[in-house]
Design a protein around this ligand. Structure first.
Ligand code: GLC
Length: 518
């Protein structure tokens, strides 16, 4: 049986930047509810919301101070219930972002934990004495280079606490069964409320070496991906399976595919894993082919791939792939379109980050507007809905001052303009999504890579009823596409494709063809 999370794309909303309903410059749940037509137009299977829980916003919501409520900035719990109901009415599932590795330093658990060494919550977080030289307990570093050591000294109790991210995000101690039980109850709270799934933030951080040994001098890291991660994940999955038809997708931020795939093994861990190896690939057909084949080779046959090339932590696709071999750029828009076809036509669940359907580039964020500790503001710029010349500088995102500057070309890239233009990226992405929605072959058909010459990634999708060929030209020159027999062009990413140029691919062009004899 095809599950809901296999059929269509999962669309990631970064709520702060999606749509602002009350003019405070920050997106909110009512703003999102008012734009569900946009999601429906992309035929998405589900929407994943980055965190909307109460938070001091040191990491823009990934520092959670109440795990079972909604931050007033975004609305209320009732707004979230309404959003879930509205999404369900449209056949869209809702996935929330669950942050189990850490809380905010303002969470009552941590306030208690740091209050004294004797507090019953002391061992809910990782507290240790400093090293003999007075420095931190070991050499672990924060994920964010600007933060430095993953330890902060606390004057009051004279010990250090661990934070894999900012000091405002103390790591919970999953060695403590009480922590594990409390976090399981958080899962029950949201799934019991009718939420369809969870994205598990920083899953690889849930298990560290309990001896807290330093990384240096070891052949592997001790501060993440410890063996116990898998039994902890199985415990989470058992809770998820108390509810029918739910899904968990893990952020398994490891650049080692065998280790990522291990989180999908056995049918009792994740349903889907984000594959960060993919995000870090150069724009190169051979590299993409190798990564796709490596996943297929490593994963158990039942393991279902998830493909993504953009999220709120990475430079946007149209910017990342803008520079070609030996030129100054200008490839971004065409490559963003090619990526849309790639993600739609690969076997697996595509993840789309808000704005990718518009081919948005990174925004330019002047130094005095920088707010993120890790340089991620450019990909988090608010979504332009309407032309600023008509809707004002907030571009239909807000009537107030947006919390981050918008992309430079909001006038041309906004949703309203693109929706009215059949050759736009938005129109292309809608067409691709509709094709996938109507094609069991694209959803679940077999997949086989095809040799199409250097620089071209090509693959077949087939089942008993249909045979489709997808191809992406990763080069900046025309490339022939060898096709046996007759083929019908279903979609090209090149709006200017001359008719009749059938089996040649333009620079950075991707196509989807139906082969005769299907
Ligand atoms: C994940 C999130 C990122 C956040 C970090 C800490 O990597 O995607 O945005 O900063 O976890 O929660």
């Amino acid at each position: 049986m095809t599950e809901w999370w296999q059929r269509g794309a999962v669309y990631q909303v970064y709520p702060r930047s999606f749509a602002d309903s009350d003019g405070d410059g920050v997106g909110d749940l009512r703003g999102l509810r008012a734009h569900l037509d946009h999601l429906a137009g992309l035929s998405v299977a589900a929407v994943w919301l980055s965190p909307v829980f109460p938070s001091p916003m040191a990491d823009f919501g990934y520092d959670v101070s109440d795990l079972c409520d909604v931050d007033p900035l975004f609305g209320t719990l009732a707004d979230l219930d309404d959003l879930v109901a509205d999404c369900h009415a449209r056949g869209i599932r809702v996935v929330l972002d669950w942050v189990p590795n850490h809380t905010s330093d303002q969470h009552p658990w941590f306030l208690a934990s740091r209050s004294s060494r004797e507090d019953p919550r002391r061992d809910w977080y990782v507290w240790r004495d400093g090293a003999p030289d007075g420095g931190p307990p070991n050499d672990w570093r924060s994920e964010f280079a600007a933060v430095g050591p993953a330890w902060t000294h606390d004057e009051r109790t004279g010990q250090w606490y661990l934070h894999s991210y900012t000091p405002q995000q103390p790591d919970l101690d999953w060695e403590n069964p009480a922590v594990e039980a409390a976090m399981h109850d958080v899962v029950r709270f949201w799934l019991g409320r009718g939420v369809d799934g969870l994205r598990i933030d920083a899953l690889q951080r849930l298990a560290k070496d309990p001896l807290l040994r330093s990384n240096a001098g070891s052949d592997r890291r001790h501060d993440q991906d410890w063996e116990t991660a898998h039994e902890r994940l199985r415990g989470i999955r058992r809770v998820v399976d108390e509810f029918p038809d739910r899904m968990i997708v893990g952020e398994v931020y490891l650049l080692d595919l065998p280790r990522v795939v291990a989180y999908l093994a056995g049918g009792d861990q994740l349903h889907l894993a984000h594959n960060f190896v993919f995000v870090h690939l150069p724009w190169d057909a051979e590299a993409f082919r190798a990564a796709i084949e490596e996943f297929e080779a490593l994963a158990e046959p039942e393991a279902w791939p998830a493909w993504f090339l953009g999220n709120h932590d990475h430079s946007r696709i149209a910017t990342r792939y803008d520079i070609g071999d030996g030129d100054d750029g200008g490839h971004g828009p065409a490559r963003a379109r090619a990526v849309a076809l790639l993600l739609t036509a690969l076997r697996g669940t595509p993840f789309l980050y808000q704005g990718d359907e518009l081919g948005l580039p990174d925004a330019v964020v002047p130094p005095d507007r920088v707010v993120d500790v890790d340089g991620r503001d450019p990909e988090r710029a608010p979504l332009p809905w309407r032309p600023p010349s008509v809707a004002g500088p907030g571009a239909g995102f807000t009537t107030g001052d947006p919390w981050l500057p918008l992309v430079a070309d909001a006038e041309r890239l906004c949703v309203e303009r693109q929706a009215a233009d059949a050759s736009s990226t938005l129109s292309l992405v809608r067409r691709l999504a509709a094709l996938r929605a109507g094609s069991p072959t694209l959803q679940t058909g077999r997949q086989r890579m095809v040799d199409a010459g250097p620089g071209v990634l090509a693959w077949l999708r087939e089942d008993d009823d249909d045979r489709l060929l997808a191809a992406v030209n990763f080069t900046s020159e025309p490339r022939p596409l060898p096709v046996d027999g007759e083929a019908t062009l279903l979609v090209s990413t090149d709006p200017g494709r001359p008719p009749g140029r059938d089996v040649e691919l333009g620079p950075d062009e991707a196509v989807l063809l139906r082969l005769a004899g299907g």
